[in-house]
Design a binder for this molecule. Sequence first.
Ligand code: ADP
Ligand code: MG
Length: 485
Amino acid sequence: MQNDYRAVWNNCLKTIKASIPEESFDTWFEPIIPVALQNNVLIIQVPSQFFYEWLEQYYVDNLRKAIYKELGTEGRLEYSIIVDKGNAENRPQTINIPIAKIEYDKQHPKYQANSEQALKRKNEILKEYDAFFKSVSFNENYTFDTLVEGDCNRLARSAGYAVAKKPGITAFNPLMLYGGVGLGKTHLVQAIANHVRSNQPDKIVVYVSSEKFTNQFIEELKNNNLQKLTNFYLQIDILIIDDVQFLSGKEKTQEMFFHIFNDLHQHGKQIIMTSDRPPKELQGLQDRLLSRFKWGLTADLQQPDYETRVAIIQRKLQTEGISLENDIIEYLAHSIDTNVRELEGVIVSLMARSSLERREIDTELVRQTVQHIVQTTVSDAGVQHSAEMGIDTIQSVISSFFKVTLAELTGKSRKKELVVPRQIAMFFCKEFTNFSLKSIGYHFGGRDHSTVIHAVQTISDLCTKDGEIRQNVQQLGEMFKQKAK
Ligand code: ADP
Ligand code: MG
């Protein structure tokens, strides 16, 4: 029976296979190799630490059920994790870790008896800084439900969700999320806070931006209350610090944060941070602090792709209770591809203009609004960027340069005197904007991305062969560079 580990594992697989999607099964269970069964402990080998963490995050319940079914409730599972693949001389190295023992169970009588007391304790601790935390901007509508999932945020979102379900218990501690402005960092971390607050009301969750954190530190330092402040932070269960890049150069605040960080982490409390850049690019942050960030999981948020942008627009429209034609939604998704905040900005302006000017939201209104917004992007810090070049700007410069109309430039005609300006315009859109080839093609009469690639290549070739075209491209290039400054 002890040697039947393969049979036991095969039966477990059958149970698991019946309860999860086939794709997940292939990804996460096919690669597992059973290695032994000793005293009711089944040992399975998994390819990496990450793999182990993933199983523990998402499939621990399936695993546990399957094991109980095969070995009874005394049955246990142990992961043998390959940490070094080894080579001809050295055997692969593995470490063994038992399946998570701690299971959060709200129904458990022990938990219920404690909860009233825990709630009281929580309220007392939070009371200390009630006024301060009321001044921190926090949005209760930032939930996982309202955070549209896409390739751009899948890892960060799932890790965030795992942490929200089992704060402090997962291997994602600390959880470090980074990505550019307006990509949903704040939304995601506040969704974690909202989730924990409604599902585990006895947990003390603190959300604070690193700027506010610094101000609070300075204030309490002045008031001679530093000890009180530190004590407060040491008692919380989940600490969320947004935009840690603002801690750079603030040595004293970092010192306090380092102290709090270590203590909380040591006690299995959850720490979540966001930053606008990857940790290794966080200048002015002490190395010892940075090295802590690597203990858990670092995940990035990227610019949403076209399909995700469409989904986000639809979701926002739905919340606002308005509906728009599909072609208008497509136009919007193709026109704003920088970040979600900008996308939202356009939707809000659209609604405002449509009600002020008593106009239907049509393509023309969308076009004007998009142009206006893209040219006056205001970043988080309130700094005005120079006008960003849009496809519209490039098209209008090219059309007046070559004396062709906008309709001709984006139209169907294959006449040489139109094809060359059209290709030059696409060439500059590729050069001077961040729009995808797909979006550029869309703005040139719905052409596809391969047409844009072809245009870019043709113009590059012609620049080496054709003196007149080279001169025009150079002259235009100078004009766009001036504009882009
Ligand atoms: P960041 O903190 O990264 O600068 P925010 O979290 O403030 O970005 O997001 C900017 C806006 O975009 C917010 O209103 C947020 O709700 C919205 N947003 C960002 N990502 C998504 C998404 N995936 N789904 C829905 N809304 C999103
Ligand atoms: Mg933010």
